[in-house]
Design a protein around this ligand. Structure first.
Ligand SMILES: C[S@@+](CC[C@H](N)C(=O)[O-])C[C@H]1O[C@@H](n2cnc3c(N)ncnc32)[C@H](O)[C@@H]1O
Length: 310
């Protein structure tokens, strides 16, 4: 896959936020097609290091092809929820100068119908970022009970017709298994009573099932918590999120870590809260009109940045 297949979102802003030092140690938790990784490597000197991760076997292949010969670069195919285990293994826990997470799916994942992420192109109902493990969307929809499906669609897709869609899924699968993205999209279209403007009726449900199948929110929570131990004092955390559920987790995490823990009432502690672990760096950043015009998928991106306090 070439660079053109995935345009890195908020590239200059994210790389600027990492404040890269040529001899620093950096982690790209979401390698994708390596757009952000390439920009980090460009700024590293011979003693700098970049460790990249991605769950996706295709991303792993691209990492090998693009940067396999660069001895400053290492790659591990795993979830970024394994961050600390990996930095422990490499002896860099507490020494990482910057961690970047560019969340969600990549354009090649979305655009390849065989990956089953898209309701616009028919393909097998898979939706796994890690195609080597865990149940596919088809397997989950074949076995989950109606209430669980409705809960996922409501909580992770903010789908107001979650109950109707879940009922239709359960009725349909009693007659035939749901095997393709096209079948699921058509079923949802038939189940919802009216359409939102400029939005396919399956958009919310596909987002919800994808987030659930890939344990996306759990992985983000785990990685953020570990980042506090993994980052060096002064190290930067930069996170690009693409929907409100992700961004809410990132925003709350950074805000709470920046506020610290308030001392319990009645304790004779002077001054403000204790235990602040992060300092917020600037406000949330959004892509420019120019970037959105060139890459409409950047439209919903938000970058938040924080720095590890000593
Ligand atoms: C938006 S793309 C990143 C694009 C990348 N920054 C680039 O410039 O090419 C998100 C990538 O993160 C990966 N990903 C998402 N969640 C992950 C997780 N929990 N652990 C590891 N990789 C993850 C996806 O497989 C996908 O390749």
């Amino acid at each position: 896959m070439t660079d053109a297949a995935h345009r890195p979102v908020l590239l200059d802003e994210a790389i600027g936020a990492l404040a890269i030092r040529p001899d620093g140690v950096y982690v790209d938790g979401t390698f994708g097609r390596g757009g952000h990784s390439a920009a980090i490597l460009e700024r590293l000197g011979p003693n700098g290091r970049l460790l990249a991760m991605d769950k996706d076997p295709e991303a792993a292949q691209v990492a090998l092809d693009r940067f396999g010969g660069d001895n400053r670069f290492g790659f591990k195919r795993c979830s970024f929820a394994m961050l600390e285990a990996l930095t422990d293994e490499m002896g860099i826990t507490g020494r990482v100068d910057g961690l970047l997470l560019d969340l969600g799916v990549s354009s090649p994942q979305l655009d390849t119908s065989a990956r089953g992420f898209s309701f616009q192109a028919d393909g097998p109902l898979d939706m796994r970022m890690d195609t080597t493990s865990g149940p596919t969307a088809a397997a989950w929809l074949a076995s989950a009970d109606e209430a669980e499906i409705a809960r996922v669609l409501r909580d992770l897709g903010e789908e107001r017709f979650a109950g109707r869609i879940a009922r239709r899924i359960v009725e349909t699968r009693a007659e035939r298994p749901l095997a393709t993205t096209g079948e699921l999209a058509a079923l949802i279209e038939a189940a919802v009573p009216f359409r939102e403007r400029h939005k396919h009726p399956a958009t919310r449900s596909f987002q919800a099932i994808r987030i659930y199948i890939n344990r996306e929110l759990e992985d983000i929570e785990a990685c953020l918590a570990q980042s506090l131990r993994v980052l060096a004092p002064g190290g930067r955390l930069a996170v690009i999120s693409f929907h409100s559920l992700e961004d809410r987790i990132v925003k709350r995490f950074m805000r709470d870590a920046a506020r610290g823990v308030a001392a319990p009432r009645g304790l004779p502690v002077r001054g403000g809260p204790q235990g602040q672990t992060l300092r917020l760096v600037g406000k949330a950043q959004r892509p420019s009109e120019i970037e959105i015009n060139a890459n409409p998928r950047a439209r919903s991106a938000t970058l938040r940045v924080a720095e590890r306090l000593s």
